[in-house]
Design a binder for this molecule. Structure first.
Ligand code: SF4
Ligand code: SF4
Ligand code: FES
Length: 340
C-alpha cells in the first residue's frame, strides 16, 4: 500500500460549498486524477469530476491544484512534497455546477461568435495550396485541446464577470490569429473583429495564459502580440491616416469585408432502395462541386452543427449515397478464405 497523503477537495454547488479534508493513498507514478478516482471509489462516491482521456488530450479534467490551473491527469503527485497538503478546487472563472465540474459554456458562446474560415471562391477542396511555413504557423494554434486553462487564468475575466461580455479570452485570440494568418482565408475584417468584438485591447500581455497552456502554445508571443501589431497597422498606420486626410471617405478604396456566402438549404436524401441508395457501392472518385463554400450563415457564423446537421459527425468519405454494412463485394479488402 502507498503512503497516505493529505488532500483538501472543494465540495458544493452553485449555492455554495467548502473544502473537505481527506487522507488518501498515493502510489508511485500516480497523478491527481488517480487520487480523485480513488476518493470516489473509497470515500466520496458522489464526488463530481469531469474527465475523459486521462492522456492530456481531451481537455476535460481542468481544475485548480494548489491554486494553479492544471490538467488533473497530467499533474503528477511527485510534483508535491510528501508532507504537502494538495488542494483541489474547480476552475475559478466559470460557474460551478457541482464539486469540481464547472459550466464552461462561456467559451462555446465565444467560439460561436467567431466567423468561420472563409475559403476563396473558385478554389475547390483539394486545390488549396499553401507554403509549409504558413502550415506550421497555424498548426501551433491547432494543438489547442480546449481545456480552457488559459481562459480561467486570464485576470481580465477571472473574478471579473462583468468583462466576459466584451472579452473573448486567449483561446479565441489564437483562433483569430490563426485565421488572420491563414493565406487562404478570404475574410478581410479579422483584425477589426479582434479589436472591436473580442476585446483584444483588454489583454495587457502578462503571459499568464501561456504559462498554464498544457500544449505549450506560445499564446502571447505568437498570437496575441502579432495580432495586436496587425490591429495597430490596420487602424493607426500613419500612411493610412494621411490617406484618410487627403481623400474624402467616398474616394477611398472600399474596405467592406468580403460577404459570406449564403448556403442553400440542405436537400433531403434521395429515396432508398433496399438498404442502399442507387447507385450501389462506393463512388471512390465522386466529383466535388466547384468552389465548395464554408457552411456559414449570412452573419458569417457557423451553425450549431450537432443540432442542425441531418447526420451525426462529418460527411462520409464514402459519399452520401452509401449505407452500411456494405455488401462484401463492395469492399476493397477481402478477408482471406479459410482454405486459402
Ligand atoms: S496575456 Fe492577455 S490573454 Fe493572456 S492572461 Fe494575460 S491578459 Fe489574459
Ligand atoms: S490555448 Fe492552451 S490553455 Fe488555452 S484552451 Fe488551448 S490548450 Fe488549453
Ligand atoms: S482526462 Fe483528458 S485531458 Fe485530462
Amino acid at each position: 500500500m502507498g503512503a497516505l497523503r493529505r488532500f483538501k477537495v472543494w465540495r458544493g454547488d452553485k449555492a455554495g460549498g467548502q473544502l473537505e479534508d481527506f487522507k488518501v493513498e498515493v502510489n508511485e507514478g500516480e497523478v491527481v486524477l488517480d487520487i480523485l478516482h480513488r476518493l470516489q471509489a473509497t470515500q466520496t462516491p458522489d464526488l463530481a469530476v469531469r474527465w475523459n482521456c486521462k492522456a492530456g488530450k481531451c481537455g476535460s479534467c481542468s481544475m485548480e491544484v494548489n491554486g494553479m490551473p492544471r490538467l488533473g491527469c497530467m499533474t503528477r503527485m511527485s510534483t508535491f512534497a510528501e508532507d504537502e497538503t494538495v488542494t483541489v478546487t474547480p476552475l475559478r472563472t466559470f460557474p460551478v455546477i457541482r464539486d469540481l465540474v464547472t459550466d464552461v459554456s462561456f467559451n462555446y458562446e465565444k467560439a460561436r461568435d467567431m466567423p468561420a474560415f472563409a475559403p476563396p471562391s473558385g478554389v475547390a477542396p483539394g486545390e488549396y495550396r499553401m507554403q509549409q511555413v504558413d502550415v506550421e504557423r497555424s498548426q501551433e494554434f491547432r494543438k489547442c485541446i480546449e481545456c480552457f486553462l488559459c481562459q480561467t487564468t486570464c485576470h481580465v475575466v477571472r473574478d471579473h464577470d462583468e468583462n466576459k461580455k466584451a472579452f473573448a479570452g486567449p483561446r479565441y485570440f489564437i483562433r483569430a490569429a490563426e485565421l488572420d494568418m491563414h493565406p487562404l482565408d478570404a475574410k478581410t475584417d479579422r483584425k477589426d473583429f479582434a479589436h472591436e468584438q473580442q476585446g483584444l485591447g483588454y489583454c495587457n500581455i502578462t503571459k499568464c495564459c501561456t504559462e498554464v497552456c498544457p500544449e505549450h502554445i506560445k499564446i502571447t508571443d505568437n498570437a496575441i502580440i502579432p495580432m495586436k501589431e496587425r490591429v495597430v497597422d490596420n487602424r493607426y498606420d500613419p500612411l493610412v491616416w494621411l490617406g484618410r486626410k487627403i481623400f474624402r471617405r467616398d474616394q477611398l478604396p472600399a474596405q467592406a469585408p468580403a460577404p459570406h456566402p449564403v448556403v442553400a438549404p440542405r436537400q433531403p436524401p434521395p429515396p432508398r432502395v433496399g438498404t442502399h441508395h442507387i447507385p450501389l457501392g462506393v463512388i471512390w472518385h465522386k466529383p466535388q462541386p466547384d468552389g465548395l463554400e464554408a457552411e456559414v450563415g449570412p452573419d458569417g457564423k457557423m451553425p450549431l452543427t450537432e443540432v442542425t446537421f441531418d447526420r451525426a459527425g462529418a460527411a462520409s468519405p464514402f459519399g452520401d449515397n452509401v449505407t452500411f454494412p456494405l455488401p462484401p463485394d463492395s469492399l476493397n479488402y477481402q478477408h482471406p478464405k479459410s482454405d486459402d
